[in-house]
Design a binder for this molecule. Structure first.
Ligand SMILES: Cc1ncc(COP(=O)(O)O)c(C=O)c1O
Length: 435
């Protein structure tokens, strides 16, 4: 393919390296991408944790095509369109009990900003305007906007961008390979890491803290699971001190861990929950924040003709996104995809853990249809070994993802067992070849 690659400044990409040896995807269907030359590549990462139902699913494609012809756009401020309301009603049928309000955004990053602003504003409308502090977690990823990188804890995403939001602090992360390496499913050790929140409360005083935000399973940092009892303990501490708990479910949402949401897999209900990605199967940008009834109701005060929450996006509840999301929910329901990861979890776990003992593998972590395979870094060249495995698998027809020296797998939920074997076989071969 003879195409000029110069003008496009690519996101989260080693641009110069990529443009010397580009990896282009021209078409996709089901479990596969196809290169411009027509070479199939098995998608082991659901695009970017988003194509949960597989690619180019007919109900989603048709919904988008029809919607584009019927209503291309409708302003979301002081106006509405029927599919936005229909979608909201459908979505809250899936959420944990009591989380029955939805605010629409266009991405995970926007969902996070929205949730953080809601949390601060919630305390203010209740007369606790001094609760402005936000608590995130080390190694957390909450998108790339200023609020998200402030509560986030991935250093490369933060260090270039100045002082970030004021009044943010972080609890410690839960990665503890000394005690938990090669655990199948949730690790046994580390519930006590939640007590780090008590340390920050003792430092700042609960009366200054609006919310705590965590990913139920930290994805972008390399798949870190919540130790057993950890999320329950965070919930208890938040309740004790009147602090809102936000779950960032941008990757755990829509079936990834075996239930519609991580909140249900882990049995802990937050006050706000951010989603994106799988809400439209990745087909049209969309995000959302799910909100507990009480949090929403706190805003519904004052004169009825006044706007209650001064926030929203030109493309909130965009008609194409709503149509895509409805087609997505139909596809998930028709094929039982939101619980399929629970059925495949045992097979998937056994397959990925079979890589224990492969060259340079120092830990393997899994839940539902997510796995992290951590490699020992090459001396003086962090992230290089995993990236070499990525390149090797790409050449051999499997698309994986790496973050640091961890390989992160999150295949579409339609994956078949033979395809799990293909992915794991390809990684195992690459590890041997590169050893
Ligand atoms: C937990 C989490 N939050 C937020 C985001 C940001 O989403 P987006 O890239 O759609 O802005 C991501 C993206 O991977 C994520 O994993």
């Amino acid at each position: 393919m003879n195409q000029d690659l110069d003008a496009y400044w690519m996101p989260f990409t080693a641009n110069r390296q990529f443009k010397k040896a580009p990896r282009l995807l021209a078409r996709a269907e089901g479990m596969h991408f196809y290169t411009p030359e027509g070479r199939p590549v098995l998608d082991a990462i659901a695009g970017l944790w988003c194509v949960n139902a597989g690619h180019a699913r007919p109900k989603i494609v048709q919904a988008i095509q029809q919607q584009a012809a019927e209503l291309d756009y409708a302003p979301p401020f002081q106006m509405g369109h029927p599919k936005a309301f229909e979608l909201a009603e459908r979505l809250v049928e899936l959420t944990p009990a009591g989380m029955n309000k939805v605010f629409f955004t266009n991405s995970g990053s926007e969902s996070v900003e929205t949730a953080l602003k809601m949390a601060i504003a919630y305390h203010r409308v209740r007369g606790e305007g001094q609760r402005t502090r936000l608590i995130g977690r080390e190694r957390g990823y909450h998108g790339v906007n200023f609020g998200g990188i402030s509560v986030g804890g991935m250093v490369a995403n933060r260090k270039m961008f100045g002082t970030l939001l004021a009044g943010v602090d972080h609890i410690r992360h839960t990665h503890d390979p000394a005690r938990n390496a090669f655990t199948v499913g949730q690790p046994a050790h580390g519930a006590e890491f939640a007590d780090d929140l008590e340390r920050l409360i003792a430092l700042h005083d609960a009366s200054t803290i609006a919310a705590v935000i965590v990913e139920p399973v930290a994805g972008s940092t390399g798949v870190i699971l919540p130790p057993k009892g950890y999320l329950q303990r965070l919930r208890e501490i938040c309740d004790k001190h009147g602090i809102l708990l936000i779950f960032d479910e941008v990757i755990t949402g829509f079936g990834r861990t075996g239930q519609p949401f991580g909140a249900q897999t882990f049995g802990v209900t937050p006050d706000l929950m951010t989603v994106a990605k799988g809400i439209t199967n990745g087909a049209v940008p969309m995000g959302a924040v799910f909100v507990k009834q009480e949090v929403h109701d706190a805003f519904m005060n004052g004169p009825e003709h006044l706007i209650e929450f001064f926030h929203g996006y030109t493309y909130s509840a965009h008609p194409l996104a709503c149509a895509a999301a409805l087609g997505t929910l139909d596809t998930y329901a028709d094929e039982g995809l939101l619980t399929r990861a629970a059925q495949l979890e045992g097979y998937f776990a056994e397959a990925v853990h079979s890589l224990k003992g492969a060259p340079n593998v120092i830990d393997i972590r899994n839940i539902g249809l997510v796995a992290g395979i951590e490699l020992a870094p090459l001396a003086g060249q962090p992230a290089k070994r995993a990236f070499d495995v990525f390149l090797d698998c790409w050449e051999r027809g499997v698309l994986i993802r790496t973050t640091g020296d961890t390989i992160a797998l999150s295949p579409p939920l339609i994956i078949e067992r033979a395809q799990i074997d293909q992915i794991v076989g390809c990684i195992g071969d690459a590890l041997k070849r590169l050893a």
